[in-house]
Unconditional design. Structure first.
Lengths: 327, 143
C-alpha cells in the first residue's frame, strides 16, 4: 500500500484505558504506526480544538468514550463529518459504559453530588459545568447533556469494537479489516461488531453442573471462589450468559466473574431484564413449594444493586432509562 | 387506545395472562358481565413462567403505564408445575431494579388469578387502573 491511512482518535468521556489499549499492542504498534498517519489524538500529543477544524479528510476515526458534555458532542459530530469510516472503540463509545450508571439518578442530583456535596470537593463559588468562570484563563467547563449518550446516538457508526478496554486481538482484527477495506479487498458492513456472535458462557471452560440452583447470592469478597467451577453454581452473579464472547476470557481466567464489557450477545433485547429473567428463576428451585410467596420473593431480592450489576457497562443501551429520561 | 390530549390522559396497561388460569379468569369476568375498566389490554401467554422480563421492558417502552402479570396460584395450580414460581421471583427482582432505574415498582404487578376467579380479575383490574391513574403517565423523570 502506498498511501498511509489518516487516523483520528477522538475522546469523549474517557478514563484513558482505551488509549492504553493502543499502547498495549506492543510490537504490533510499530507495524500499525508504519501503516497510518495519526492526524488527531489529543491524549498522545498536543492537539487542540482548532486542529479539528483544520483537518480536511480522515480515513478512519476511532471514537472513545461516551458523550457527556455538549463539547464532546460538538467535536464528535465535527470529526464524523470528515471521516470515511467511523469506529466506536470501547464499551463507553458502544454502550455508554460505566459513566452511564450516573443516569440512575436525575441530572440535577448528579451535578449536586459531584460538584457541590461530595466530601472531596472544594467549590466555594458553587460553580457548576456550563457557567462562565471568572478567572484569568477564561476556562469554561462545558455544559452536561441531559444523559450519558453512546456515540451512535449522534453519529452513524460503521464498526463497533466493544470491551473495557477492547482486547488486543480484537483491535488487530479490526485494523486488519480496515486496512483490507482501504485496499479494496474487503467490505465493511455497517454495524459490524468486532467480537464473537455467541455468549461468553459458550466458550467458558469452567465446570457447569446439570442444574444450577442458587440458595444464596454471594458477592465476590464474601466467598472463596473455586477457580474451576461455574460462578453461578457458586451463587456469584456472572454476566457470561448474556455477554458476547470474543474477549479471550481474561476475567474468568483471573477467577473473576464476567461483568459484561463486551456488551449484549445478539438477540438480547435488554440486558438487565434478560438477566433478571435468567438469574432470578434460579433461586431456591428445590424448595419452592415449601416456602411462602413472600419468603421466595425476599430471597430473589437479595441481589445487591441489580441495576448497577446487570447494566455495569450497558446502561446506555437500556430502553427503560430512555423511557424515564424522555421529555 | 383512542385519541388523547394533555388533559384526557388515560392509563394504558398491558396484562400478560397465563392461558390456564388468569386468562381464563379474565374470560369468566367477561361472560359473567363483571365490569372493569377498558384500560387493560390482555395478552394471553402459555404460562406466567414464560414471561420474559424483556416483555415488560418492551411494554413500558411502547407506552404502557403499567404492566399486570397474571398467573396460577402457588404452590400447586400451575399447569406447568413451577412456572408461577419463576414469575414470582422474576417480578420480585424486576421491581427492585425498576425502582433503581427510576420507575415506580407499583407499575409492575403480579397477581394469582384462577380460572374461577372472574370477580377477582375484575377487582384487580379496577384497583390497578386506579393506582396507575394516581401515579400518572410514565416517563419524564425519576419516580
Amino acid at each position: 500500500m502506498n498511501k498511509k491511512l489518516r487516523i483520528a482518535i477522538v475522546p469523549g468521556e474517557v478514563c484513558g484505558g482505551c488509549d492504553m489499549a493502543f499502547v498495549d499492542l506492543h510490537r504490533n504498534l510499530i507495524d500499525l504506526l508504519g501503516a497510518v498517519d495519526i492526524v488527531f489524538w489529543p491524549i498522545a500529543t498536543d492537539f487542540k480544538e482548532e486542529d479539528v477544524e483544520a483537518l480536511d479528510s480522515i480515513d478512519i476515526v476511532f471514537f472513545q468514550g461516551s458523550i457527556r458534555t455538549e463539547k464532546h458532542r460538538e467535536i464528535i459530530e465535527k470529526v464524523a463529518e470528515k471521516a470515511k469510516i467511523k469506529v466506536a472503540f470501547g464499551a463507553c463509545a458502544c454502550f455508554g459504559g460505566v459513566p452511564s450508571l450516573a443516569d440512575l439518578y436525575a441530572l440535577g442530583e448528579v451535578i449536586e453530588e459531584v460538584y457541590l456535596k461530595s466530601p472531596s470537593t472544594e467549590n466555594e463559588g458553587g460553580i457548576i459545568p456550563g457557567e462562565t468562570v471568572d478567572n484569568p484563563y477564561g476556562i469554561l467547563a462545558p455544559k452536561l447533556v441531559d444523559m450519558n449518550y453512546k456515540v451512535d446516538d449522534f453519529v452513524d457508526i460503521d464498526i463497533y469494537i466493544p470491551g473495557c478496554p477492547p482486547p488486543k486481538e480484537r483491535i488487530l482484527e479490526a485494523v486488519d479489516i480496515l486496512v483490507r477495506y482501504f485496499e479494496g479487498r474487503a467490505d465493511v458492513e455497517k454495524g459490524t461488531v468486532i467480537a464473537g456472535s455467541r455468549t461468553l458462557c459458550d466458550e467458558c471452560p469452567r465446570e457447569k453442573p446439570e442444574k444450577i440452583v442458587i440458595d444464596k447470592f454471594k458477592r465476590i469478597h464474601e466467598v472463596k471462589i473455586d477457580p474451576n467451577k461455574c460462578f453461578l453454581a457458586q451463587g456469584i452473579v456472572c454476566l457470561g450468559i448474556v455477554t458476547r464472547n470474543g474477549c479471550g476470557l481474561p476475567c474468568i481466567k483471573a477467577n473473576m466473574p464476567c461483568r459484561g464489557c463486551m456488551g449484549p450477545a445478539p438477540n438480547v433485547y435488554d440486558v438487565g431484564a434478560k438477566l433478571v429473567s435468567a438469574i432470578a428463576s434460579l433461586v431456591e428451585i428445590e424448595n419452592e413449594p415449601k416456602l411462602s410467596d413472600e419468603e421466595i420473593a425476599t430471597k430473589a431480592r437479595t441481589i445487591v444493586d441489580p441495576a448497577g450489576l446487570f447494566y455495569r457497562f450497558t446502561l446506555g443501551l437500556s430502553r427503560l432509562i430512555r423511557v424515564v429520561k424522555k421529555k | 387506545m383512542g385519541i388523547e390530549t394533555e388533559d384526557s390522559w388515560e392509563p394504558k396497561i398491558i396484562a400478560f395472562l397465563c392461558k390456564y388460569c388468569a386468562s381464563a379468569g379474565a374470560d369468566l369476568a367477561g361472560v359473567s358481565r363483571f365490569k372493569y375498566p377498558a384500560n387493560i389490554l390482555p395478552i394471553t401467554v402459555p404460562c406466567s413462567g414464560s414471561i420474559d422480563m424483556q416483555f415488560v421492558v418492551r411494554a413500558f417502552e411502547m407506552g404502557a403505564d403499567g404492566v399486570l402479570i397474571g398467573g396460577c396460584h402457588t404452590p400447586s395450580d400451575c399447569h406447568f408445575l413451577r412456572g408461577n414460581f419463576k414469575a414470582l421471583k422474576r417480578v420480585a427482582l424486576m421491581k427492585k431494579m425498576l425502582e433503581q432505574i427510576g420507575i415506580d415498582p407499583r407499575r409492575l404487578r403480579l397477581e394469582w388469578i384462577s380460572a374461577t376467579e372472574g370477580k377477582k380479575f375484575a377487582e384487580v383490574a379496577k384497583e390497578f387502573v386506579e393506582e396507575i391513574r394516581k401515579l400518572g403517565p410514565l416517563g419524564g423523570g425519576h419516580e
